[in-house]
Design a protein around this ligand. Sequence first.
Ligand SMILES: C[C@H](OP(=O)(O)O)C(=O)O
Ligand SMILES: [Mg+2]
Length: 337
Amino acid sequence: MESIITPQPHRLVSSGSEHPVQSSTPALAGTSDGGSSPPSHHLSTPEEISSFVDQMDTFIFDCDGVLWLGNDTIKGAPEFLHELVAKGKRIIYVTNNSSKSRKTYVGKFKKLGFPAEPDNIFGSAYAAAYYLKNMLNFPADKKVYVVGMQGIVDELAEMGIQAVGAGDDNAPLQETEFENGTLGPDESIGAVLLGFDSQINYRKYAKAFTYLTANKGKVHFLATNEDRTYPISGSIYPGTGSLLAALIHSVNRRPDAVLGKPSQNMMNTILERFHLDPARTCMVGDRLDTDIAFGKLGKLHTLLVMTGVTSVEERDAKKGPVTAEYWIESVGHLRQR
Ligand SMILES: C[C@H](OP(=O)(O)O)C(=O)O
Ligand SMILES: [Mg+2]
């Protein structure tokens, strides 16, 4: 049968920008030629699907909206991933969800029935910790103020980096604390790192603001990811990018780096670590401006699934932020019939 994998121009088109805050991703921010991408191809027949699978050695899966929604697995997803393992394919997971460390994720993957090894899991919390340690040589005597959850604290600890904030600052700010302006600067803070935080509050915003502005320019400003929305069991809620937007607005400054997808830091690490051939690797995701952009910037094949945040209109938009090479209803639809 003729190959269904046809060379694609891998061009990112003008962003109709669903982001309220302009993205720092160079290729997304800089491509405004007003052109349009070829439409995404629907993988629909069993022949097409098996030819598509045969032509890949490695599948990189996004998690929320692709493999699961909260604690509910996407129907047929664990079975398909086990089929891939049986065929000798490599599976890698890349999630922008910073709420869990890689170690904690192994437990979730196993509990939900997915094959998982810690070395094959890349989360934005790990990417941020790696960046602080290896790119910024973050000083041992400084601390990171975390607006986020335990996953970030754990990944920073793995790298020997001290963290404050996170769960410690979950208590709402008392009126007296607010009125007396008790949240002063702290010389020991060397970076503010924002990730997903379901317990975000004014105390955390005020502290992050104070650290970033009191010591202007000296405190690093990092974020794990900028996903505008977050799909969770039956609902879509505000994502990390929406939480970040408030901090960007208040400090009037973009983060120095956003480490999750579509940042290519993680892509380069993955390609080098596993010696991957991009032409035989597919990024599978539910979000265009993170997952699919991540795959396209890395020159991988891209497959969009419709079980997460992307609507049919966004999928088919001629001038959306980016177009997936292929789409399918769900990962479960890739199963061998
Ligand atoms: C929803 C997203 O996680 P991912 O889809 O990358 O697993 C995020 O946490 O913002
Ligand atoms: Mg997702």
